[in-house]
Design a protein around this ligand. Structure first.
Ligand code: GLV
Ligand code: MN
Ligand code: MN
Length: 423
């Protein structure tokens, strides 16, 4: 595509692309993926890499109590609320180099470009790498942005991960402090706008051949723990008609979960992502199975309807298999609309850069939806090749990385020139 770009300053595209590759090398898995789970040595090394870049961008670097890495640049107007740019640098196991990392690095690159061009913004600028967006080892996910927004559930630091390690200890490993979590919270008065640049993680932009996405709504999600209790027994001697096989029940539930989205269309997405079989031996009829189920939709009502349908399916399966099925809804994030003014601002920033844009919902969750509890949020998407994400094949072309960052920079300059509404 030939693109006519305007007269605003532009980021250093080569440097940004190099840094995405540089961060992607930390935790790189032979064969192409990246495993840099939050709180691991790879995460610590990745955070040090980003902190160094923040310093090179003349940002003052700190880690808050919720483990967020924050680079700060003062503004010209005393007491003005900040423009905040952010995303995350942790990955899922065998994920990609772009999910989250791109938005953080582009935010730092925007700050560096402003510094090099000698642009003084009216507003302070903060670039944030939020802690544990992905929910490493069964932690709640978006932990850092919950702390940043002051909406962590009570006792969040005492929760154990799936290896039995308290979140407080995990936080300490990255420089956070569970005793001072309240200090990580920003007030609505502190933030003029939050902007997050991210890869689309879907195939809409690629299919349309459009380089920029203006996000309208961010999906909501609810996690559900499903436990199927049957009766363990000898695989050779327990007659088929006398079994209460927990995995038989669980298998039916996995299909029921899929059908809730795929056939019944109760909700947009339904996934069973984990399955733990106990005792887990070839020669033992399974006595207990634990499933990790997730529903997503841009409508809160649809999420509730999916939970109700799952409860019905659980009762049916229990009756048919002689098992007991327990359904416990867990972490929930509400669907969130991006701020109407910021959506228009991003659309104008794209147009000013001569870049076609398309308005679309986000099927993935983002720190932005948590920050939305205290600030207006806007999100910019760039295309993902074949729509692949949370997998080693994740890829975004260098020109798309550069154009997305240019739109972010332009949006920052435009928002900086817009008067603030008292909040
Ligand atoms: C975030 O990574 C999500 O799972 O949507
Ligand atoms: Mn992700
Ligand atoms: Mn992400």
């Amino acid at each position: 595509m030939t693109v006519l770009q305007g007269t605003r300053p532009r980021v250093n595209a080569g440097r940004l692309v190099e840094q995405v590759a540089g961060l992607g090398a930390i935790g790189a898995v032979p064969g192409g993926g990246v495993t840099r789970l939050a709180f691991t040595p790879g995460d610590v090394e990745g955070r040090a890499y980003v902190a160094r870049l923040m310093e090179e961008a003349a940002l003052a670097v700190r880690i808050d109590a919720a483990g967020n890495l924050i680079g700060h640049r003062p503004g010209a107007v005393p007491g003005a609320p900040a423009l905040v740019l952010g995303s995350h640098i942790d990955t899922v196991p065998d994920g990609g180099a772009y999910d989250g990392a791109y938005g953080v690095l582009a935010g730092v690159e925007v700050a560096r470009t402003l510094h090099e061009e000698g642009v003084r913004l009216n507003h302070p600028l903060a670039v944030v790498a939020f802690c544990d967006e992905e929910g490493a080892h069964g932690t709640m996910g978006m932990l850092g942005s919950h702390g940043f927004a002051g909406v962590l559930p009570p006792g969040a630091a005492r929760v154990l991960d799936d290896r039995g390690i308290p979140v407080a200890d995990l936080l300490a490993a990255v420089g956070g402090d569970a005793e001072r979590l309240a200090e990580a919270a920003w007030s609505p008065r502190d933030i003029a706008a939050y902007l997050e640049l991210h890869i689309e993680q879907g195939a809409v932009l690629e299919r349309l051949g459009v380089p920029i996405g203006v996000v309208e709504t961010i999906t909501g999600r609810v996690n559900v723990s499903v436990t199927v209790d049957g009766v363990a027994g000898h695989a050779g001697t327990t007659p088929m008609e006398h079994r209460a096989d927990a995995l038989d029940g669980a298998a039916r539930l996995v299909l029921a979960v899929r059908a809730i989205a795929a056939d019944e269309r109760v909700v947009l997405r339904a996934t069973t992502g984990t399955c733990a079989v106990e005792p887990g031996m070839w020669n033992v009829v399974p006595g207990r199975v634990r499933l990790g189920v997730e529903f997503r939709d841009t409508s809160a009502g649809a999420l509730e309807a999916a939970l109700a349908r799952l409860a019905e399916a659980a009762a049916e399966v229990a009756g048919a298999t002689g098992t007991r099925v327990t359904v416990v809804p867990g972490a929930r994030t509400s669907p969130v609309d991006c701020d109407a003014d910021l959506r228009e601002l991003i659309a104008r920033a794209s147009a000013e850069q001569g870049l076609p844009y398309h308005r679309l919902p986000s099927g993935a969750g983002h720190d932005a939806q948590i920050v939305a509890r205290i600030a207006p949020v806007g999100m910019i998407f760039v295309p993902s090749r074949d729509g692949v994400s949370h997998a080693p094949g994740e890829y975004t072309a260098p020109e798309h990385l550069a154009w997305g960052a240019d739109v972010l920079l332009t949006a920052v300059l435009m928002r900086d020139a817009t008067p603030d509404i008292k909040r």
